[in-house]
Design a protein around this ligand. Structure first.
Ligand code: ATP
Ligand code: MG
Length: 417
């Protein structure tokens, strides 16, 4: 017996009271069986969308033509979808038509993988017509039905197979895997937005090294050649290993950006920027990944002036992120070679400590923190370009010796020529 949330029980019994069947289905059943918290709860039913709408007070027409209505309970929404039979897929992406059915079994047969094709309600218990439980126990991703046919219908499923294998730490069953190798070039039919989502979920998973399958199977060969290259060169193992070495307190957005930076570590910022644009990534990500890759090319010495200089060049946030990035790569390298290189790894910790100290002491490392302004220099008698140049010069002095950052001292140090 599975534990359904109260809202889901309520929705299912309300539909049953009206003479229809309804089940929790797909990812939520899979995750509950795995003792994981489901992302969301989907419900499948014999009731038609108009009927579902009449059973509940608040509903949203999410995708009526595909049979989906969102039922609102308090602030939570639940997608309720009529049992569906998908028509023929002609473009490798979408069914030509969808037909509603009154049989749960029809709905389960259109789903991608056995572990995603189970349904549950309290009256019927678990419905598992394709051996989903067995595959969960054996940790296998296996297509419902003939893999080759299922991937021909919808090429995105090939990426989904790899993504689930990364999220769950499962293997891909042989026939399913063989079909991916076979049909990999057809991934071209899928929009970059959807590729982006699956790749992102793979990178964010506990097993980001499964990304390797995107190149091994040939999926990325044509659509994302730089990532393909990054996953097949001599740095690949280090790259995949390094993705796991980021601080626990990173939020998801940041972790994804840092893992992308690592993915491109062997290629550099130009290839990264091009690829992230192809993937239609947001500008913040594109900029940050490029900046980290560029910043990481320069080593920073363990001296206070060098750290202040780096803080000046990069700004605080980029400074710390670049160190996290480099540390992750060194940790991976030392793990793989078996040669622990404590000097190198502690180097990044030392730099962080020094920077934290420098910042807390209030040392100046940008022009706006100088104890003197452009206006002061104007009054002093400078003009035009000389003002900017002089501020830079004074900042250079303060980077070397932060005690000089005091207005009268700075004024006394302006060169007169
Ligand atoms: P997640 O935790 O990422 O939400 P999920 O299994 O819920 O995982 P969804 O993309 O939300 O995945 O889809 C919900 C369900 O719909 C899946 O479990 C699967 O049964 C079915 N499904 C989704 N996309 C496809 C597809 N492209 N082909 C076949 N079935 C699919
Ligand atoms: Mg889901």
């Amino acid at each position: 017996k599975l534990e359904l949330p109260e809202d889901v029980k309520f929705i299912i019994s309300k539909i049953e009271e009206n003479g229809h069947s309804a089940y929790a289905v797909g990812g939520c059943v899979r995750d509950t069986l795995l003792d994981k918290e489901p992302q969301d709860w989907d419900i499948t039913t014999s009731a038609l969308p108009t009927q579902v709408k009449s059973f509940f007070r608040r509903t949203i027409d999410t995708g009526i033509e595909h049979g989906t209505v969102t039922v609102m309970i308090d602030k939570n929404g639940y997608e309720v979808t009529t049992y569906r039979i998908d028509g023929e897929y002609k473009d490798g992406r979408h069914p030509e038509s969808v037909e509603f059915s009154v049989l749960l079994t029809d709905d389960l047969s259109r789903r991608d993988f056995t572990i995603n094709a189970m349904a549950y309600n309290d009256s019927e218990g678990l419905v598992d017509e394709y051996g989903g439980i067995a595959d969960l126990n054996n940790k296998l991703i296996r297509c419902v039905g003939v893999a080759h046919d299922r991937f021909t219908e919808d090429a995105l499923r090939m990426m989904r197979a790899i993504r689930f294998s990364a999220q769950l730490g499962f293997d891909i069953e042989n026939e399913t895997m063989a079909a991916i190798y076979d049909l990999a070039p057809t991934i071209k039919k899928i929009s970059m937005e959807r590729v982006h989502v699956e790749l992102g979920k793979t990178l964010l998973s506990d097993n980001p090294e499964k990304c390797l399958l995107y190149s091994k199977t040939g999926l990325f060969k044509e659509i994302l050649p730089y990532i393909d290259e990054a996953l097949t060169n001599k740095h690949t193992r280090k790259t995949l290993e390094a993705m796991k070495h980021f601080p626990e307190d990173y939020d998801k957005d940041l972790l994804l950006r840092m893992r992308y930076a690592i993915l491109f570590s062997s290629l550099g910022s130009e290839a990264a920027t091009k690829t992230l644009k192809t993937l239609k990534m947001d500008n913040v990500t594109i900029k940050l990944v490029g900046a980290i890759l560029d910043a990481s090319e320069k080593e920073i010495q363990e001296t206070e002036p060098a750290v202040r200089e780096a803080l000046r060049r990069l700004g605080r946030d980029l400074f710390f992120l670049t160190l996290d990035y480099k540390k992750a790569l060194s940790l991976a390298a030392s793990e793989l070679t078996g040669i622990s290189n404590p000097v190198k790894i502690s180097h990044y910790d030392n730099l962080k400590k020094m920077a934290t100290y420098i910042i807390s002491r209030g040392d100046c490392f940008s022009i706006k923190e100088l104890d003197i302004s452009g206006n002061d220099l104007l009054e002093f008698g400078l003009s035009g370009k000389d003002i900017g140049k002089t501020l830079e010069y004074l900042l250079d002095l303060c980077i070397e010796n932060p005690r000089l950052n005091e207005k009268s001292t700075l004024l006394s140090m302006i060169p007169r020529d």
